[in-house]
Design a protein around this ligand. Structure first.
Ligand code: HEM
Length: 374
């Protein structure tokens, strides 16, 4: 669903990277991935893009500025881990600080609500015409349109408040996560050029140079999947998953867990354990060739597991495959100098790289004709 939007946005990134003639070949990729994921998500939600080309008009510019401001503040506030959430006694000492953060969150939530409500109202006033044929309706239908149709039949559940909540959770859980994973993956490939060559060879053999990769090609590109899995194993975006709470008293690994206890799963330790993985600190996408999703379910779970596992897993894997596959198909990627890419982990809501990735990007000769046509 909405795969045309994802393809269009990835092609816009390819165009940007190609049309840099005269500029340095070294590109800062962190912001490129983040803006790409935000554009993909907002176009699927509302049909609008807020970064890059094709943004014109005074009113549109104002809306863009407001959206970017909200995004900046959201990630700034959510990146500020509040230690008191995990160790409540700290709140006794940092009471004033906590109040300050809470106040910022309340003000930010008001701004977000106002922005999202305006989008919902706009969609409500221009619903896809009932006299349009099925094909053009499907083309124009955004997630807000779908949620508003559900509101017509299940008004109590699909209230505007719930729709605003769904938009917000998709933006905060579904953009930074995919952007950061793309950045870790490309960084790992720059440090392991033999894996990059192998991925390129797979794409050349299965897709060739006469057309660009599409999502439907991903099933034929197992090595790209292996790269994504290996990246998520080594650099899981939520290293301790989201905090869970026992709804009943239970037992975990022989320990009695009272009802209402916060439980953090140390995913990073599981993914990097020497007992479970051979040479866990080495980037070896090949290790996933014989991976059995069912058998190895609790050894590798970058998207969590069970009822509260990530509902965006399928979408994330499709987007990551399309983005990485397209970048590898169209460009040669190298480190800007002799030094290895610094893989130090930073702090934040989703585990970011401490230093944004700089990469040398040159269009592949065999892809120049196609790149000049997009
Ligand atoms: C590489 C990309 C992504 C990774 C690694 C990831 C990972 C995770 C993890 C680890 C959790 C917590 C699961 C748990 O505690 O058991 C989670 C929750 C969630 N994710 Fe993702 N995610 C990604 C992309 C997405 C996308 C694209 C969306 C939406 C379109 C999304 C929506 C959500 C939501 C709504 C939750 C909360 C689920 C709940 O609490 O019931 N995620 N994700």
């Amino acid at each position: 669903m909405l795969s045309g939007i994802r393809l269009d946005e990835v092609r816009s990134l390819l165009r940007q990277l190609h049309c840099r003639s005269g500029e340095s070949p070294v590109v800062e990729m962190k912001s490129k991935f983040f803006e790409l994921m935000l554009n993909i998500m907002m176009r699927m939600i509302s049909g609008k893009r807020y970064y890059g080309e094709n943004i014109s008009g005074r009113e549109e510019q104002d809306q863009v500025q407001r959206f970017r401001e909200i995004v900046r503040e959201t990630f700034e506030v959510s990146g500020a881990t509040n230690v008191g959430d995990f160790v409540p006694i700290v709140n006794w000492f940092g009471f004033l600080n906590k109040k300050g953060l809470e106040k910022r969150l309340v003000v930010l939530q008001e701004k977000r609500d106002e922005f999202m409500q305006a989008l919902i109202d706009e969609h409500r006033s221009v619903r896809p015409g009932r006299d349009e044929d099925d094909h053009s309706q499907a083309r124009r239908k955004t997630m807000i349109d779908v949620l508003l149709s559900l509101q017509e039949t299940e008004a109590e559940y699909y209230s505007d408040e719930i729709i605003r909540g769904i938009i917000q959770v998709m933006l905060s859980a579904g953009t930074d996560t995919s952007a950061a994973t793309s950045e870790w993956a490309l960084s790992l490939l720059l440090n392991n050029p033999e894996c990059l060559k192998k991925a390129q060879a797979e794409i050349d053999a299965k897709i060739g140079h006469n057309r660009l990769i599409e999502e439907s090609d991903l099933a034929q590109l197992p090595y790209i999947h292996n790269i994504i899995n290996e990246t998520l194993r080594m650099y899981p975006i939520s290293p301790v998953l989201a905090p869970h709470e026992s709804s009943e008293e239970c037992s975990v690994g022989g320990f009695r867990i009272p009802r209402g206890t916060m439980l953090l799963v140390n995913l990073w330790a599981l993914h990097n354990s020497r007992e479970l993985w051979v040479e866990p600190d080495k980037f070896k996408p090949e290790r996933f060739a014989g991976f059995d999703v069912e058998r190895d379910r609790f050894v590798m779970m970058p998207f969590g597991s069970g009822r509260r596992g990530c509902p965006g897993e399928g979408l994330a894997k499709r987007v990551l495959g399309l983005v990485l596959g397209s970048l590898i198909q169209c460009f040669e990627w190298e480190r800007p100098g002799e030094d290895m890419v610094d893989m130090t982990e930073g702090t934040g809501l989703t585990m970011p790289k401490a230093r944004p990735l700089l990469a040398k990007c040159t269009p592949r000769r065999s892809m120049l004709k196609l790149l000049s046509q997009i």
